[in-house]
Ligand binder design. Sequence first.
Ligand SMILES: Cc1cc2nc3c(=O)[nH]c(=O)nc-3n(C[C@H](O)[C@H](O)[C@H](O)COP(=O)(O)OP(=O)(O)OC[C@H]3O[C@@H](n4cnc5c(N)ncnc54)[C@H](O)[C@@H]3O)c2cc1C
Length: 342
Amino acid sequence: MRLPPFAYERPRDLYEALELLNTFGKDCRVLAGGTDLLVRMKQGLATPSRLISLKDLPELATINESDGFLNIGTAVKLADILAYEPIQYRWPGLLEAVKSVGAPSIQHFSGTIGGNLCQDNRCQFYNQSKFFRQARQTCNKAGGNTCFAWKGGSDKCHSICQSDSAPILIAMDARITIKSKNESRTIPLEELYSSVGERPLTLADDEMLTEIHVPGPVPGAGCAFEKLTYRSSIDYAVVSAGAYVQTDGSKTVNARLIIGAVARGPLAIAAVEKTLKDRTAGDEEAIDQAGREAMNAAEAFIANNITQPVEYRTQMVSVITKRALSRATKRALSHTDVSEAK
Ligand SMILES: Cc1cc2nc3c(=O)[nH]c(=O)nc-3n(C[C@H](O)[C@H](O)[C@H](O)COP(=O)(O)OP(=O)(O)OC[C@H]3O[C@@H](n4cnc5c(N)ncnc54)[C@H](O)[C@@H]3O)c2cc1C
């Protein structure tokens, strides 16, 4: 498979990049590491006539901590996040998620955190060669009007968001900064996702993600990421979960659970907070109940969009939820004084 022809822009600063986005809008795409975009271009699934490279933009390539937040430029490579030492003891859930993306070659070669959050939704009927796709009617995501992943068909696209970093970052209440030539806004990360399979991001054509802001750990809180894959590496998630649990040292006072790889966007399971709140932290019965609630909520979304059976993935939501919540709670209980951390 060959790349189609395209113009290549290499802006030297963020202003120039935003100016290009403003001029060329929907005919161009931002190119970070290219591990998602270039594959889709080779398959004929994305056909931008112009790519705007983020490689030379120092503004997007830094990690720093200020005002209680970890700020990560969106062009920071996944490998550089793993190498940032404080992540290991202050944001272990993020570390787990980034480590699980694809394989070390993707994390080290060029995959970025911004590209990970902005990657397109996937489906086994869509992410295929032209030859495969030509054998069927065009699906919703490719511009047609049917969905092969939904039993009996659907007028909506049921592709899934496979970003591994999104569930844990949303669970940790991360915010993102989005810029265009004339505007800058900072919003909760969950608002980046539209839950529309055909166009899964809420970004306008002239906008780009520039920074991710992750709140620092607070005493008595912990987070964890769990991912089920078919093979141990290089695979996208069958189901994933990002969990955040806050305790007062004995009881749970706050909890967030986000399920990944089952719906058109990261799926927040609101019932879990209510179930765990004011219960003894780590109470197995409460965590079991949270697992069942996550499974029941996810069931309505799970389609035949990856090769593993719908029933199996539905059951696994409960298992992955329980693991993520248990580990986040353990961390929360052992993390009563974050100032003790290096
Ligand atoms: C074999 C294989 C396995 C993979 N496994 C996983 C996996 O397990 N988990 C997972 O999450 N991903 C996986 N991926 C997908 C991908 O490699 C990663 O998500 C990676 O982090 C994408 O980053 P990138 O910089 O290469 O993105 P790119 O390909 O450069 O960009 C991806 C998309 O995001 C847009 N984009 C990039 N940066 C910005 C920005 N700052 N603002 C606005 N839009 C932007 C691009 O225009 C493009 O549409 C896999 C890919 C391959 C090929």
